[in-house]
Design a binder for this molecule. Structure first.
Ligand code: SF4
Ligand code: SF4
Length: 104
């Protein structure tokens, strides 16, 4: 089971190396089909200033759109997202989920 509740995937491939079954993709292929998505429970969407996810993203895939009279809100550039989960692990609102393209 893959969980980003406490930490992200660093793509070290230790799981793939340890697994006896041929279930992992090759190292030069994209590891995950999912990309991150932000739910309405995001603090910034409720007016509280928070940019923790953007600070944590190693791909600079999260930008913050300024809003008049409100906190800047995060937006994820799906094309840059590797699905590593660093943003989900650090989000204090537990507002980041991973969507597969079918559910995005
Ligand atoms: S870390 Fe979570 S609460 Fe903070 S801006 Fe990102 S999605 Fe919103
Ligand atoms: S899953 Fe990783 S790459 Fe994608 S937005 Fe979150 S921190 Fe950035």
């Amino acid at each position: 089971m893959l969980s980003f509740a406490e930490n992200e995937c660093t793509f070290c491939r230790a799981c793939a190396d340890a697994c006896p079954e041929p279930v992992f993709l090759e190292a030069n292929e994209r590891a995950f089909a999912h990309v991150a998505a932000i739910e309405e429970s995001c603090f910034a969407k409720t007016g509280v200033h928070c940019q923790s996810c953007g600070d944590a993203c190693p791909e600079t895939a999260i930008r913050f759109r300024p809003r008049l009279g409100g906190a800047p809100v995060p937006e994820i550039e799906a094309g840059r997202c590797t699905g590593c989960g660093a943003c989900a692990a650090i989000c204090p609102a537990h507002a980041i989920i991973m969507n597969t393209p079918e559910t995005a």
